[in-house]
Ligand binder design. Structure first.
Ligand code: DC
Length: 222
């Protein structure tokens, strides 16, 4: 099986670029961020304190996350329930980093991710895919863009949705998230030693996707 790991900071366009690159290559796209978000919903539904490592550890055997493909779109199911929309809410976005700091939960999701990678040609995106989950991936890409460019893109998206924010607020959130991701004690965000750096600051979506597709093809001889 061909395994492609794509890591990088939030807002670099990882998910949309990975999804489209996977479609063009005919690979399955695995969004590990969506799995951590579903795990956050699992904890929230049971009204468990997201900092309570012990209780979270005790319910892990019941955690059942499935990524299904319906009309070419990835849907996330938690214990049989479609949570694709709820995982994108602000509450879940706030809870996911807390829940994802627990080593036992990370191990549980990492096992699920490794199983998917054994069975399929995949592009898997996240924060620790090339470093921890798939250290032997055929291709490792670290996809990034400057904080200013990421903030600008995110700001534009939020304005289009009618949200009331300033560019400065969005930039400050991005810097805060970067600091947290790069300094967390477990699985901090950093490029794997053998990863290929792709900086999309100066690239539009189409060029970014094409560069990822060409990089994968060049490495695995497709
Ligand atoms: O990429 P995202 O915003 O959907 O990720 C949701 C949360 O999960 C975010 O707090 C980072 C975390 N995450 C993680 O710890 N490890 C991963 N492989 C992917 C996401």
């Amino acid at each position: 099986m061909i395994n492609v790991a794509i890591d990088g900071p939030s807002g670099a366009g990882k998910s949309s670029i990975s999804r489209e690159a996977a479609r063009r290559l005919g690979f399955i796209y695995v969004d590990t961020g969506a799995m951590y978000r579903a795990a956050a919903v699992f904890v929230m539904q049971r009204r468990i304190d997201p900092d309570d490592a012990e209780r979270i550890g005790s319910i892990l055997p019941m955690l059942d996350i499935e990524l299904r493909y319906e009309n070419g779109e990835q849907k996330v199911y938690l214990c049989g329930e479609n949570v694709s929309r709820v995982i994108r809410t602000r509450e879940v976005t706030r809870c996911a980093p807390i829940v994802s700091a627990h080593p036992k939960l990370r191990q549980c999701l990492s096992d699920m991710q490794q199983e998917m990678a054994q069975k399929n040609n995949i592009i898997m995106d996240g924060r620790d895919i090339g470093t921890v989950v798939l250290p032997n991936a055929d291709v490792k890409i670290f996809l990034t863009a400057s904080p200013e460019v990421r903030a600008q893109r995110r700001y534009k998206e939020m304005c289009e949705k009618g949200m009331d924010v300033t560019y400065e607020e969005v930039l400050s959130d991005i810097r805060e998230r970067d600091y947290y991701d790069e300094n967390k004690p477990i699985s901090p965000l950093r490029p794997a030693k053998d990863s290929i750096l792709i900086d999309t600051s100066e690239l539009d979506f189409e060029h970014s996707v094409q560069l990822v597709v060409d990089t994968v093809k060049g490495h695995v001889g497709l």
